[in-house]
Design a binder for this molecule. Structure first.
Ligand code: SF4
Length: 302
């Protein structure tokens, strides 16, 4: 059965964190990105369709006679869109059947999951309620994507988002500061801004690179092959990103990996966001590092 598979961490798209979560998979079908720890300690698994349907029915019973009934749903976990369209269609239909007021169903997706779906399949999924897909873009730089073994090129990521737009599916994206390391910091940020300016995410979630214990990147850092950027440089990267970002979107930089939490609409509030970051840059190295150390003590990371 489904319960008990998500122990320490459960990965959900930040813009959808208050949705009703539907367990569909555990981990990620790809699982090769150097910085990611999603598959460490847990193996990718797809639940049986009968168990997923049963779970949805159980949730309907749970909400019977409650004042609140969920209308927004998320399919767990790392990239549930990797599943075949007819499998997903069955899940979406079951949600609609049990929660007729359902507004939409979201999920994390990789760009190649999207590219593997035909336009017709995406349209069918959209018509059954799939919307607000969250795509881990991370960077617009091909060097960065290749180094971290993301498994897709910047062009493929662009094509995937355009495919979603064609199907009328809204999307949010994740961007990760620090992924270029010291040597490719500027390239990472400028290429990422360039990429974002060509697409239309309703929300851009900006996170910092965290070196999770057991992530494959740890070894590269130990060997000094990959040089992590400082907290100060992370702030500078974020300023550079904002300065070069032109699209209208929700800029969400409140993720717990960030040293300074900022969020607002760009481009309207861009200068205010930059101002907050510049103020933080006034802090001494000692103060910036102290804040960061506090975070590490609460996290299973190095
Ligand atoms: S695609 Fe996402 S969830 Fe899968 S390994 Fe890469 S970063 Fe982790």
């Amino acid at each position: 059965m489904i319960d008990g598979f998500y122990d320490k961490y459960m990965y959900t798209p930040m813009p959808e964190m208050h949705n009703e979560m539907i367990p569909v998979t555990v981990g990620c079908s790809y699982g090769k990105c150097l910085y990611c720890d999603l598959n460490v300690g847990k193996k990718f698994k797809v639940f049986d369709i009968s168990d997923i349907k049963e779970y949805i029915r159980t949730r309907r019973k749970f909400y019977e006679n409650k004042r609140f009934t969920p209308k927004k749903f998320t399919l767990l976990e790392g990239n549930a869109l990797c599943l075949k369209a007819d499998f997903l269609e069955q899940i979406l239909s079951e949600i609609k059947l049990n929660f007729p007021d359902m507004k939409y169903v979201s999920t994390f997706a990789r760009s190649d999951d999207i590219l593997r779906k035909t336009d017709e399949e995406l349209l069918r999924l959209k018509n059954l309620g799939l919307d607000r897909i969250c795509v881990g873009i991370e960077s617009g730089s091909d060097w960065v994507l290749q180094y971290h073994q993301k498994g897709v090129t910047s062009r493929q990521q662009y094509d995937a988002l355009k495919k979603l737009e064609k199907a009328g599916i809204q999307y949010s994206v994740y961007i990760m500061l620090g992924l270029g390391g010291e040597d490719h910091s500027e390239e990472h940020i400028l290429k990422t801004a360039e990429f974002l300016n060509k697409v239309h995410p309703f929300e851009v979630v900006v996170v910092n690179l965290v070196l999770f214990k057991n992530a494959k990147l740890v070894e590269n850092v130990r060997l000094k092959e990959f040089k992590r950027i400082s907290i100060r440089r992370q702030l500078e990267e974020e300023i550079l990103l904002l300065e070069n970002l032109k699209i209208r979107t929700i800029y969400n930089g409140t993720h717990k990996t960030k040293s300074v939490a900022i969020t607002s609409i760009t481009p309207d509030k861009k200068s205010q966001l930059i101002e907050v970051l510049k103020e933080s840059l006034q802090n001494s190295e000692k103060m910036l590092n102290k804040k960061e150390r506090k975070k590490w003590t609460r996290w299973d990371a190095e």
